[in-house]
Ligand binder design. Structure first.
Ligand code: CTP
Length: 419
């Protein structure tokens, strides 16, 4: 993969030399773009020797190759580490005053920024607003690690370890998962210790042409909260991430997917070694029957296009069928987004869905224009196929996630009583 590694002017630049080694040793082609300030901490010669490419921070070098446009355009992944307060501010305001910021404006692929600075600078409202802006544009900004900083001080602001940045970057680019390098904070003592939990999150996108898609309003917040709650309960967690407005949490393995068909493939694969599968993703029920290889143009001499749709497979239902066919001991959890209508209320529809999908638990919420999607709070009812009483849970999406994980732990201990 072609990677651009942007290096900001902070003392943590020295750690980025190890990050560069991780990328090159994994076979990636890395062009390093340090800022002017970064070269005061680690010199150009080091970056050239380690990357095997010429290194510059000026838009006036190699002008004949239109470097300031080409590098961002060609990069399949851009990683910025350390992302200093100044660099975050320049990126958030779209400045183009050196080669790295030009390259960021030209980015065609995913961008990951790993901040490092003093705690006060990180917590400053200006920096936080810049981080929010960048995230709202789809850039992944990692949380800084907490610990000893440059001086005697300590707090959040440390550059995450090179291995953690490496794993997050490859996951973002959809490169093969690298479980052994994914940091995990799984507790050996939690109720899900020793178990593997797969969670799908976010909304699938079904392409119409290279620039357009049919999508939905899922933010991924509830799925991410579930992944965090499962990790905190001691599980090894795999997150199947469709389009999400929030970054994936640390300490979980991330598999990036786009369409329902990609999610189906990833889910069936992941389910093979999972003890629990939670389908929190909003999966498109239909996809365009034809995907145009080129941008669909409006034309005066032909009729406006009509979109025909075909049905996507029901992944949850398939997961249950595969599990039952293999007589596996696996707990499968579905989510139901219902609105209710003149023919039935939310719970009636949900009970019917539980019977239809035959999953073990169904977490039901009512959706409307401003309810649930993108919000930070949620109210759900958990229905169980074992027939136990419906259980209500509400509060922040983390509270709801904790209640769902508690319920999963209870169901598992009911099925397999502890020895
Ligand atoms: N789901 C799935 N595959 C699909 C559609 C949905 O696996 N093609 C899963 C979702 O991840 C969720 C559950 O099924 O866990 C219910 O999703 P929902 O959209 O509410 O149900 P549908 O089956 O699509 O039913 P309907 O839209 O008719 O209400």
């Amino acid at each position: 993969m072609r990677i651009v590694l942007g290096v900001g002017g902070g003392i943590a630049a020295y750690k980025v030399a190890s990050l560069l080694r991780l990328f090159t040793e994994a076979g990636h082609d890395v062009t390093v773009i340090p800022t002017e300030a970064a070269t005061r901490f680690v010199g150009v010669a080091t970056w050239e020797a380690l990357s095997g490419h010429p290194v510059s921070n000026s838009v006036f070098d190699e002008v004949h190759t239109v470097n300031h446009v080409r590098l961002g355009h060609e990069a399949e992944l851009i990683v910025v580490a350390p992302a200093t307060a100044d660099l975050l501010a320049r990126a958030a305001t779209g400045q183009a005053n050196d080669l790295l910021t030009n390259t960021l404006l030209m980015a065609g692929g995913p961008v990951l920024m790993a901040p490092a600075m003093h705690t006060e600078m990180w917590r400053h409202p200006a920096t936080q607003a810049n981080v929010e802006t960048l995230r709202s544009r789809g850039i992944t900004v990692l949380e800084p690690a907490t610990g000893r900083l440059t001086g005697a001080d300590s707090g959040p602001g440390r550059l995450p370890e090179p291995e953690a940045i490496f794993a997050a970057a490859l996951a973002l680019a959809g490169a093969p998962a690298v479980p052994n390098t994914v940091p995990t904070t799984a507790s050996a003592a939690g109720p899900l210790a020793g178990l593997t939990v797969t969670v799908s999150a976010g909304g699938t996108r079904e392409p119409l042409d290279p620039v357009r898609f049919l999508g939905n309003r899922s933010s991924g917040k509830q799925g991410v909260a579930l992944a965090v709650a499962a990790r905190e309960a001691g599980a090894r967690v795999r997150l199947l991430a469709a389009h999400m407005d929030v970054p994936a949490p640390a300490g979980v393995e991330v598999v990036q997917v786009e369409t329902a068909l990609e999610l189906r493939k990833a889910a069936l694969h992941a389910a093979a070694d999972s003890d629990v599968v939670i389908m929190a993703a909003a999966v498109a029920d239909f996809r365009p029957a034809d995907v145009s290889g080129t941008k669909i143009k409006k034309r005066d001499d032909v009729a406006d296009p009509v979109i025909s749709l075909v049905r996507n497979p029901d992944i949850l239902r398939e997961l249950v069928e595969v599990r039952d066919a293999a007589s596996r001991n696996q707990l499968i959890v579905g989510f139901a987004a219902e609105t209710g209508d003149a023919d039935g209320d939310v719970l009636e529809y949900a009970q019917a869905k539980l019977r239809r999908k035959a999953c073990d638990l169904l977490v039901v919420n009512q959706v409307g224009q401003n309810q649930v999607f993108g919000q930070d709070s949620n109210a759900v009812v958990i229905l169980s196929r074992s027939g136990s009483e419906p259980q209500e849970a509400s509060g922040s999406k983390s509270d709801v996630a904790a209640a769902v994980i508690d319920r999963i732990s209870a169901e598992l201990s009911r099925v397999v009583p502890p020895a």
